[in-house]
Write a protein that binds this ligand. Structure first.
Ligand code: GAL
Length: 423
């Protein structure tokens, strides 16, 4: 994977915790059944993420014209705000028609709480049991039942770089450093060349991603995956060593990291303030949305993780007693369809979850990702729910935020171990 660029982008500010849906609060949207308005809850409110959602909506408007779309997006990277709003609405008995959730462990809480319906029947009806790869179906199946339809596959372990900045320290931006140590050496050179905070990072989930990919690079794919299925001891010495490297990486990052979201960190790279940011491939869509030319940026797998594809999949649910159940089934049909996946993924930076898509229909970045998805070793993401529950992520992110202010490796490792042993 390689690509290129530069331009200062204006970055949408971190969203407020506005509880209202973007689409308004028409009374007719309450109550299940009967109603035509399908209220779709996501955190795709701006930029490339909104462009992806818009693609899906346009297909929905074609295929399900008897229903209308209501946008209930709550802004904030990785659902930092949305997940709390959703939890409140669900426990208040006010579910949306459908909500976005990651395939894998993240769905577990909603299933355990009886907040989403089993949609295995729809899989048969829509032919989805044949459309998706078995590994993804397995990741979605809980006790023989399936509760959501995946819209895509995203890659988490990607570094986005500004080659013009790297040039200041004579670093070749087209090639990934071979290891975390080699990356630290380049970061050191950049600092010496006057780039004060060469690695841009934002709050919460973005720091968790940096920690995760450091663990992946240092432990290797099998031991890394073992952290989430009980096979790897999170209290082990190799985890301590990896977390110490994560602490070193943080010393090269921006001081305002607890105050900004991922598009702001990407903005630091695009404007030349930083050399790198580690972020999932929704960045590819954001660069397009912000009209950053290909020649101004490069991207490669996080150092030390070449040949490994850390995946996550956005999926849509059928909440129990949700609004407009029939229209929602139509939405889910579109989400799983070849046309819906194309409309969504060509503009979202992700690749289709279906196995029958044609790479020629996709932009350059996705074509490369589709090839990697086929040949790389697949590993899950904790920050984006394929490997961890909502509760585990909450505990890990709180430990990470404490670590950001006061980096104590032993404390972080013990919090990580406790979270991973809980459910
Ligand atoms: C992830 C989600 C992606 C993207 C990202 C940043 O959790 O799966 O689709 O939206 O957050 O907000």
């Amino acid at each position: 994977m390689r690509g290129l660029v530069v331009k200062a982008i204006s970055v949408a500010g971190v969203a407020s915790l506005a509880l209202t849906a973007c689409g308004g609060n028409d009374d007719s949207s309450s109550g299940s059944g009967g109603d035509n308005k399908v209220q779709v809850f996501t955190w795709w409110a701006d930029g490339g993420e909104k462009a992806g959602l818009d693609g899906l909506v346009s297909q929905f408007q074609k295929d399900c014209s008897q229903y209308s779309f209501e946008n209930a997006a709550v802004a904030g990277g990785a659902g930092a705000n949305a997940k709390q709003v959703l939890a409140n609405n669900l426990s208040a008995g006010d579910p949306p028609s459908t909500f976005q959730a990651h395939a894998g462990k993240e769905l577990q809480d909603y299933i355990t709480n009886g907040q989403v319906d089993d949609i295995s029947g729809l899989y048969k009806e829509f032919g989805l049991d044949q459309a998706f790869p078995q590994s993804l179906l397995d990741n979605l199946t809980v006790d023989g039942k399936i509760y959501s339809v995946p819209a895509n596959v995203h890659r988490a372990n990607v570094v986005w770089a500004n080659p013009a900045v790297l040039k200041r320290a004579s670093i070749d931006g087209t090639k990934a450093p071979a290891s975390v140590d080699a990356w630290i050496a380049d970061l050191t050179k950049l600092k010496a060349a006057g780039v004060a905070a060469p690695l841009a990072v934002s709050k919460g989930f973005a720091q968790e991603m940096l920690m995760e990919t450091t663990l992946l690079a240092e432990l290797g794919p099998d031991k890394f995956t073992g952290l989430f299925n009980g096979q790897t001891d999170p209290a082990g010495g190799d985890v301590t060593a990896a977390l110490s490297k994560y602490r070193t990486l943080l010393t090269f990052t921006n001081a305002d990291r607890e105050a900004i979201d991922w598009p702001d960190a990407l903005g630091y790279v695009n404007s030349g303030k930083a050399g790198y940011t580690l972020m999932g491939d929704w960045v590819a869509a954001q660069q397009v949305a912000d009209k950053v030319p290909d020649s101004a940026y490069t991207y490669w797998p996080a150092p030390g993780t070449d040949g490994e594809f850390q995946f996550l999949a956005d999926s849509f649910t059928l909440p129990t007693n949700g609004k407009a159940a029939e229209g929602t089934k139509c939405w889910l049909r579109v989400v799983g369809s070849a046309e819906g996946q194309k409309a969504f993924n060509t503009t979202k930076g992700s690749i289709p979850a279906r196995s029958d898509a044609s790479p020629a229909d996709y932009p350059k970045y996705q074509q490369a990702a589709m090839a990697d998805w086929k040949q790389d070793k697949i590993v899950p993401s904790c920050a984006h729910g394929s490997a961890c529950t909502l509760g585990q992520n909450e505990s890990i992110q709180s430990a990470i935020s404490q670590f950001s202010g006061s980096p104590d490796v032993a404390k972080l490792q013990s919090a990580l171990a406790t979270a991973l042993k809980s459910s």
